[in-house]
Design a protein around this ligand. Structure first.
Ligand code: UD1
Length: 435
């Protein structure tokens, strides 16, 4: 496994263009199964999750090409409805294919999905929504089979109330209902910007959807959708990560190509921590200046528009350098504190009580050798290392590539000393494991 080596205590300065959205592109690639013709997606992030999704679509019979930041998908030869464990185990978003496969072929079989190990992450809301749309489910030996009950093989419109505004379940229900017979009403939907983006994409394909961006969606099913071309929005989590990096390291950083409105709560929290922030919605730019140690923060994650769970460990890294004690409550996923446990090794005082982490900041942090537990947690550890006096190493950095094109390149562009090292490239950080 590769690792990232960081020489800390260099301030960050400069401007960085943010990649297209990871959480946006995966549902759009799943949606491409629904269209006749060739789908073209632009500003696609070059990350490993996109390559895995492309492999799955190819396995299903689609023609997929990835070139620079453009993906083309031709789903006309879709011939399989089964996603084996080799693919499903690599990426949880593979369960987003249940809805479109059911809608197109009337049947879908998927090995129980994998992905980052965060909490229990069940898919019962997805299953319940698809059942309401007329699918029957069977679960056996780790396989889930879904089959449209109607003889026609088509799903039919209904109303669905989500018990919780789940991002994935809302996406799956949308992807299935756009081809269902009649009208579907979805209530208590997730309102993340990526859902609004999926609605806009489906509407461009010819779907009839009302209420995009809100908690209630009304979908008039169509028999056929047409492929289209689409430009993705910037990745709000990636933008938030580099802004938080400037908070741990100090400096003056501008992220461009990301909508400040998508980051309202994180920007509020960063301001409370003492960052000076200028946000320009029209130019899609955010500038953050941090000239002192961060102030401690209190926050709680939640469904959009609340503070995103994906930035919880990222902001915790900044809190570990703060001048006092922060309190962060994780209210979306249980057990999303693996990164917090690793951060102890940088010398920050971390205490975890049920769903809340308390962090007593320290500056500078101590260098450490740690392990990335998951995608965002791995990025958070890189951020903590930016504030450590000396050389740190983050092992298992492959996780980070699931969501960031090249975190080392990006942070280096801002002036950090960060590089990827392969197995066997052992240097000074070896052995510095603090407890
Ligand atoms: C979640 C995040 C999303 C983030 C993504 C990757 C929220 C609301 N969702 O989306 O912002 O980008 O992870 O980190 O912040 N749940 C069930 N049964 C289900 C589905 C979900 O109990 O069938 C629970 C989950 O365990 C979790 C909550 O609902 O506690 C939210 O899950 P959901 O939004 O579906 O997760 P993702 O789609 O993975």
């Amino acid at each position: 496994m590769s690792a990232i080596q960081v020489q800390g205590l260099l301030p960050l300065n400069g401007r960085i263009q943010i990649q297209g959205s990871k959480n946006g592109v995966l549902p759009l690639m799943a949606a491409a199964l629904l269209g006749r013709g060739v789908t073209v997606l632009r500003r696609v992030p070059r990350i490993s999750d996109v390559r895995i999704m492309a492999d799955i679509l190819r396995y299903l019979g689609c023609r997929v090409s990835l070139e620079k930041d453009c993906v083309t998908i031709d789903a006309s030869a879709l011939c399989r409805n089964q996603i084996p464990r080799t693919y499903a185990g690599k990426m949880r978003s593979s369960c987003l294919l249940l809805g479109p496969l059911l809608a197109r072929l009337g049947e879908a079989v998927i090995a129980y999905p994998g992905g980052c190990v965060i909490g229990k992450r069940p898919i019962d809301f997805h299953i319940h929504a698809l059942e309401r749309l007329g699918a029957g489910f069977k679960e056996q030996n780790g396989w889930i089979t879904a089959k449209a009950a109607a003889k026609s093989g088509r799903l039919f419109g209904t109303w669905i109330v989500f018990p919780y505004p789940s991002v994935g379940a809302t996406e799956n229900a949308l992807l299935a209902s756009v081809l269902a017979e009649g009208t579907t009403i979805l209530l208590n939907c997730a309102m993340e910007p990526e859902i609004e983006e999926l609605c806009r994409f489906l509407i461009k394909m010819g779907a009839r959807i009302r209420g995009a961006g809100g908690p209630e969606l009304v979908i008039e099913g169509k028999e056929q959708l047409e492929a289209c071309e689409f430009d993705l929005r910037g990745d709000r989590i990636c933008g938030g990560t580099y802004l938080a990096a400037a908070m741990t390291a100090g400096g003056d950083v501008t992220v461009s190509g990301v909508r400040p409105g998508d980051l309202r709560e994180p920007l509020k929290a960063m301001r409370r921590m003492g960052a000076r922030i200028q946000a320009d919605e029209e130019k899609q730019e955010i500038r953050l200046v941090m000239e002192k140690r961060p102030e401690p923060v209190r926050l709680e994650t939640g469904p959009y528009p609340m503070f995103p769970t994906d930035l919880q460990s990222i902001l915790l890294a900044a809190a570990c350098t703060a001048n006092g004690k922060s309190r962060i409550r994780e209210a979306v996923f249980e057990a999303r504190f693996e990164a917090a446990k690793e951060m102890r090794q940088f010398g920050a005082g971390i205490m975890i009580e049920k769903d809340t982490v308390f962090a007593e900041g320290r500056y500078p942090l101590r260098p450490a050798v740690v392990k990335a537990p998951d995608l965002r947690g791995g990025a958070a550890l890189v951020l903590a290392a930016l504030a450590a006096e000396g050389e740190s190493r983050i092992a298992d950095s492959g996780y980070i590539k699931r969501g960031y094109e090249d975190i080392c390149r990006d942070l280096r562009m801002l002036g950090a000393d960060v590089r990827e090292i392969g197995p066997g490239d052992e240097t000074a950080a070896e052995g510095k494991r603090y407890r």
